[in-house]
Design a protein around this ligand. Structure first.
Ligand SMILES: Nc1nc2c(c(=O)[nH]1)N[C@H]1C(S)=C(S)[C@@H](COP(=O)(O)OP(=O)(O)OC[C@H]3O[C@@H](n4cnc5c(=O)[nH]c(N)nc54)[C@H](O)[C@@H]3O)O[C@H]1N2
Ligand SMILES: Nc1nc2c(c(=O)[nH]1)N[C@H]1C(S)=C(S)[C@@H](COP(=O)(O)OP(=O)(O)OC[C@H]3O[C@@H](n4cnc5c(=O)[nH]c(N)nc54)[C@H](O)[C@@H]3O)O[C@H]1N2
Ligand code: SF4
Ligand SMILES: [Mo]
Length: 737
């Protein structure tokens, strides 16, 4: 068994904490696991939420893994990242000790006591001088939600600060806002079974083959001979495997959907029964009455005939049509209205609440959905609203804390936090399980504002990430496999992850780091019941009572394991045998009237259009199924590294390349108004003329991207901006197309 080991320079504070009864251990293997056995754990990469069988040696240490047969999500399959999920744990650049910047500006190893003392004295000092709005946290969709809740509650209710946001703003904020406004709650309708039960599957800005390979496998299991339509500017791997690819103009989606709505209403191909469950139909019909295919053609790059044909396909009476979207929609200057335009199409054609239908957002990170309910950032923990007095009272009672500790004013969003830092209003930043110095849009601006921060804390598995290297204090965190807790996948399924490996050196679970900080800050008493992740699970579960995300019927981790995960909602008294379920079968939504709202705005062109100086459009996104985001984890796997190009590359149309005298494999520069990056030319007609594609996984990519934001969700529009391409050191020759 992994003993609880104290290290030589762990001082009295740590000693006291780890010796508390009910301690949750430093990578301790739970006693219910028999040595030399197999346990299950949900994969810690994407939001598909595949379950893995992890095979353990007699010490309870993982030896290897296999995908779990029969699990309702992955049905025995896994993608390369899942198969190699143990690789990132044992690497030379793991953060194994806290690191504190010393007076010479160098990072120095210190014990936890010194690290926590520095953390507390610095942040208390800033708070005393500048108030509760002067420090913020930036967290993640990639840690168990028990940990997310701990951070959000500690920071706001315990430490008394106001502002915190997560990388889910980069990713899911658009879908959250679209559902909240349209359905009255952030409740995506789908079950993965809908992929198999649909007649028409429309994938919008979603490259399943690369980003959610196991969901693509679910599509492939569909026995109804479905029409699979991919709407994406690029001929992605998914588009190539689909029945139809619509190579849309970047950011032409809203115009397309409004024209489809126009055609469907004009031709009377609507479903009156379903429209009766909506509000605003007449006004919307009036709004789209002029937005015909002729209007949309130049905005979408499609012919009016192709738009008419698509309108027919997605409104075929008796056919089950499902809409699925990911970052091609969410990362847009008009993402919320674009997502809602798909929601509207599903609602007016009766494609909601039935098998094989829905307007379904596919989430990205393993626990993005957990963050949406429990991170205490945009929403008050447990699916509540900071602005509502009765919600604050309920949460205060549930957590056993004074209600005055719960703020009623909202947090700044991610970009607003960074603007506040730039302007000197935010002076301390605590970054947990995200790497914004690589991943944030216009990362160069973040690098420049670094010097405005008095104290930057980065809590990560590795000391080498772009963000960790900028920090004043690095807190070494245990990663997936070294701690336990729950994730919620894209179809709202809660499931558990387990301890299968011991965290290296002095690294501790984020949970335990938060506990240590709570004690040192002097607010440990508020969290005395937060002894270990499952205890927190029970507290959070009880908070959800009566909310749309009510999970009070889940007994605990064993119940989740026995059932193959459980989808929310699952209130007390829910049927025990159920394995999958979609929402809105009763035509009832979470708005005060019970009706869904049809919402729309005029389409506007992308904020940075190509011009003479920057004549091309730069698209970014996922490159291969073996690379994960900023690659802090996947680059450590020998297998995964071999499955992806090691150097950054740019996909460029061969005819554009020939006009600007670029050949396959040339070292070239891609430039935007914000910066430039050296990349290898990869010539392929998968991109349209005048467009290039840059995978997001390489250092420096976001020095190029353009910081514009959807006004409703404040999600960055990473996907498209103006750029130009030239040979390295060469002269800029604009392509003619
Ligand atoms: N292998 C791997 N898998 C991952 C991840 C990873 O890093 N690596 N990350 C996970 C996360 S957090 C997320 S959020 C998901 C993202 O999953 P996806 O959203 O599927 O991946 P992306 O490649 O970012 O974007 C999808 C597509 O949007 C297209 N696109 C760009 N602009 C537009 C547009 O204006 N309209 C339309 N319709 N399409 C457009 C791009 O060409 C791209 O092919 O993947 C998850 N899965
Ligand atoms: N150009 C461009 N940029 C993009 C996107 C795009 O499409 N184009 N997509 C955006 C999207 S959708 C997303 S989700 C973001 C992702 O952006 P990030 O969140 O910045 O990317 P990751 O590489 O996943 O960073 C996670 C960090 O957490 C650390 N970590 C992993 N597990 C743990 C843990 O348990 N505890 C702690 N403390 N640390 C841990 C990892 O080592 C890593 O450094 O990128 C965004 N950036
Ligand atoms: S599809 Fe996603 S959850 Fe499944 S194994 Fe791959 S990364 Fe893990
Ligand atoms: Mo994401």
């Amino acid at each position: 068994m992994n003993p609880l080991i104290l290290k030589e320079n762990d001082g009295p504070l740590t000693r006291e904490l780890v010796q508390q009864p009910g301690d949750f251990g430093l990578g301790k293997v739970p006693s219910r696991l028999k040595p030399a056995s197999t346990t299950t754990s949900i994969c810690g990469f994407c939001a598909t939420g595949c379950q893995l069988n992890i095979h353990l040696d007699k010490q309870g240490q993982a030896i290897n893994l296999t995908p779990k047969p029969g699990y309702p999500v992955n049905l025995g399959m896994a993608c390369p990242k899942g198969w190699q999920a143990l690789d990132p744990l044992d690497t030379p650049d793991r953060a194994t000790s806290p690191l504190l910047r010393n007076s010479k500006g160098e990072m120095e190893e210190v014990g936890w006591d010194r690290a926590v003392e520095a953390f507390v004295s610095k942040l208390k000092g800033i708070q005393k001088d500048h108030g509760r709005e002067s420090v913020a946290f930036l967290s993640t969709g990639q840690i168990p939600f028990e940990e997310m809740a701990f951070l959000g509650c500690l920071f706001k209710f315990g430490m008394g600060f106001l502002h915190g946001d997560a990388n889910t703003r980069q990713c899911m904020a658009t879908a959250v806002m679209a559902y909240k406004q349209s359905f009255g709650f952030d409740a995506p309708p789908a079950s993965y079974a809908d992929f198999e039960e649909s007649d028409v599957i429309v994938l919008v800005g979603a490259n399943l083959c690369i980003a959610h390979p196991i969901l693509w496998q679910r599509v492939m299991r569909n026995k109804r001979n479905p029409t699979i339509i991919v709407i994406d500017p690029r001929a992605t791997e998914t588009a190539q495997a689909a029945t139809q690819h619509i190579p849309l103009k970047p950011k032409g989606d809203l115009a397309l959907f409004q024209a489809l709505t126009h055609c469907i209403i004009r031709d009377g191909r609507t479903n009156p029964q379903s429209i009766a469950n909506t509000e605003g139909y007449e006004e919307m019909a009036e709004f789209v009455s002029e937005l015909d295919p002729l209007w949309a053609a130049p905005k979408t790059g499609m012919t009016p005939k192709a738009i008419e044909a698509l309108a027919e396909t997605v409104s075929e009476p008796g056919k089950r049509v499902s809409w699925w979207w990911t970052m091609g929609v969410n990362q847009s200057h008009e993402g919320v209205r674009c997502a809602q335009a798909m929601i509207n199409l599903a609602l007016i054609t009766g494609n909601i609440g039935k098998p094989g239908t829905g307007a379904n957002s596919i989430t990205g990170q393993c626990n993005a959905m957990g963050s949406r309910l429990f991170s205490n950032t945009t929403s008050l923990v447990g699916g509540h609203d900071f602005a509502m007095a009765e919600h604050r009272a309920k949460v205060a009672e549930g957590l056993g804390i004074p209600v005055e500790r719960i703020p009623h004013d909202p947090s700044l969003a991610y970009d607003q936090i960074l603007t506040a830092a730039e302007e000197g209003r935010i002076k301390g930043l605590w970054i947990v399980a995200t790497n914004p110095f690589h991943s944030w849009v216009d990362a160069g601006a973040l690098e420049r504002l670094r010097s405005n921060l008095e104290f930057l804390i980065v809590q990560d598995m590795y000391r080498t990430t772009e963000s960790a290297q900028c920090a004043d204090l690095v807190l070494p965190a245990a990663g997936w496999g070294e701690k336990e807790g729950c994730f919620i996948n894209s179809e709202r399924r809660l499931a558990t992850t387990k301890v299968v490996s011991r965290a290296p050196g002095k690294a501790m679970s984020d949970f335990r780091i938060f506990k240590l900080i709570a004690e040192a800050w002097g607010c440990g008493g508020l969290f005395s019941q937060w002894t270990h992740p499952e205890a927190v699970f029970h507290i959070l579960r009880d908070l959800t009572r009566g909310r749309p995300c009510d999970i009070t019927g889940i007994e605990g981790y064993d119940h989740l394991d026995a059932r193959g995960g459980i989808q929310w909602p699952y209130p007390m008294g829910s049927p025990r045998e159920e394995t999958e379920r979609r929402l809105y079968a009763d035509g009832h939504f979470y708005t005060p009237s019970g009706k869904a709202r049809l919402l729309y705005s005029p389409h506007t062109e992308m904020p940075e259009m190509p011009d003479d100086t920057y004549p091309m459009i730069l698209l970014t996104g996922r490159g291969t199924s073996s690379q994960w985001h900023t690659q802090s984890r996947t680059a450590k796997s020998p297998v995964l590294s071999r499955l992806a190009p090691a150097t950054p590359y740019l996909e460029l149309h061969p005819e554009d390349a020939s006009e600007i005298h670029i050949q396959q494999g040339d070292l070239i520069e891609v430039q935007t108004r914000r910066g430039s990056l050296e990349v290898e030319a990869y010539l392929a007609p998968t991109v349209q003329r005048g467009q290039v594609f840059l995978p997001m996984h390489y250092h420096g990519v976001n020095r190029l991207t353009h910081p514009t934001f959807d006004p409703h969700s404040r999600q960055p529009s990473y996907k498209a901006c103006a750029c130009r391409v030239q040979t390295k050191g060469g002269e800029f020759i604009p392509p003619r197309a």
